[in-house]
Design a protein around this ligand. Structure first.
Ligand SMILES: C[S@@+](CC[C@H](N)C(=O)[O-])C[C@H]1O[C@@H](n2cnc3c(N)ncnc32)[C@H](O)[C@@H]1O
Length: 406
């Protein structure tokens, strides 16, 4: 299935139409992490053509504008999550609509796929109004066979203002992989006390909570190892033992079989031996109440995605970086990262967020190369680019090199 619309470019046209604007390093770090102050389309092309990163990125998370027709501002250090007010500094504008928005996003997704490694995954955060069109674009680019989940993310508390329609407390995250061979570190969520009482209601003589499950399952196996008698009992008609008889004997010896009133064996599962429960596709990660940047996402959400879909030393990319929630999570989990944003306010917020990370035995102090589009200098004949001025205003320790060629 595909979307057809006027002026839809081919993938080749998308690539060829992007201007070749070099990225220039404006600090003196030799670290492999990259913070890029640039239009992301320009920067993504440079990562492919000049930085040799095609097929090298293991994880991409993006949280682009959602075609909301809003202008997002920051005033007096406070971000308005949604504000079209004229107060404060504009962080970014979200004014592309309809097909213009879809094509804008599609252009980026085409390049992101080129950058993704064969074991890589992409998570695309979007809202319920435009998300279903974006799903079709993602299916077209990544293939429906690589669609993994449409994750429902509970983003806030219930809203009670009156409206003819249900309150909206969720957005969605579309999760795709490049192939079947994706990095996958099974995430587990912790059982609550309520889960314990509900799912493991029985107690043994020592007071340990447990539950029990039948040892047989549907389907007969003729003369198979799982159709033999266990302790003289055959599996019920039309069913077979879940394990062969030797395994059942071992379970019994270990005291892990309980016999029901009707004489049926059941496997005991202790609560205190569980690592946690399997994570499902409805996630509750509410966004910060006092965001430092408009639409700043929950840091635990990013922590979970990074732990699950990347390994140590994987490269994690976010080309709509905002306040750097992804970059911080990548840094604190020992991943390499690349962040791109074209907003001055975003670069400022990222630098602050990364600087606040306290290095310790396990988390290295944040360091990164700061890159910017060369055209800023050439076009404006600037000695310092906007990003340099910006970074200088945040932190003099960043060691900005103003003596670089212009
Ligand atoms: C929704 S915000 C991201 C928020 C981020 N996830 C966080 O937790 O802070 C989207 C960001 O995309 C950036 N952006 C939008 N269009 C862009 C473009 N063409 N190139 C680079 N950045 C862009 C905006 O400046 C904005 O910071």
């Amino acid at each position: 299935m595909q979307l057809y619309y006027p002026n839809k470019k081919t993938e080749q046209e998308i690539f060829d139409n992007i201007p070749n604007i070099e990225l220039e390093q404006i600090n003196s770090s030799e670290n492999l992490n990259l913070l890029i102050h640039s239009n992301n389309l320009v920067a993504l092309k440079q990562l492919i053509t000049k930085h040799n990163l095609a097929g090298k990125i293991d994880l991409i998370y993006i949280d682009p504008p959602f075609a909301t027709n809003n202008t997002f501002t920051i005033s007096e250090g406070r971000a308005s999550t949604i504000s079209s007010s004229s107060n404060g500094t504009v962080a970014y504008k979200d004014t592309l609509k309809g097909l213009d928005f879809i094509e804008f996003l599609r252009e980026r997704i085409v390049l992101l796929k080129m950058l993704l490694s064969d074991k890589g995954s992409i998570y695309l955060h979007i809202d319920y109004k435009i998300g279903h069109y974006v799903k079709i674009v993602m299916d077209e680019i990544f293939g429906i066979e690589n669609f993994r989940n449409d994750i429902t993310r509970i983003k806030c508390n219930p809203k009670n203002f009156s409206r003819k329609g249900y309150g909206n407390i969720k957005d969605l995250i579309l999760f795709y992989s490049k192939s079947d061979n994706l990095i996958w570190n099974e995430p587990k969520t912790i059982y609550t006390e309520q889960d314990k009482l509900k799912l493991f209601p029985k107690k043994d003589k020592d007071g340990r909570h447990y539950t029990s499950i039948p040892l047989h399952a549907p389907g007969e196996t003729k003369n198979g190892k799982t159709s033999q008698p266990f302790k003289g009992i055959l599996p019920p008609k039309g069913r077979h033992w879940r394990s062969n008889i030797e395994v059942l004997e071992q379970l019994d010896e270990a005291g892990l079989i309980e016999w029901s009133d009707k004489g049926n064996p059941r496997k005991i599962i202790y609560f205190d031996q569980q690592e946690g429960k399997r994570m499902q596709d409805i996630w509750e990660f509410k966004d910060p109440q006092y965001p430092v940047y408009p639409t700043e996402k929950n840091s635990d959400l990013l922590d979970n995605i990074i732990k699950t879909s990347s390994n140590e030393n994987s490269i994690v990319l976010d080309c709509f970086a905002g306040s750097g929630t992804t970059l911080k999570a990548a840094q604190t989990n020992g991943r390499r990262w690349i962040g791109i944003d074209q907003s001055d306010e975003a670069i400022r917020a990222i630098a602050k967020k990364l600087d606040a990370i306290k290095g310790d035995l396990f988390i290295s102090k944040t360091d990164y190369q700061l890159l910017t589009e060369k055209k800023h200098r050439v076009q404006h004949g600037l000695v310092k680019s906007r990003a340099e001025v910006l970074l200088n205003s945040i932190d003099s320790k960043k060691n900005i090199s103003t003596s670089k060629k212009h």
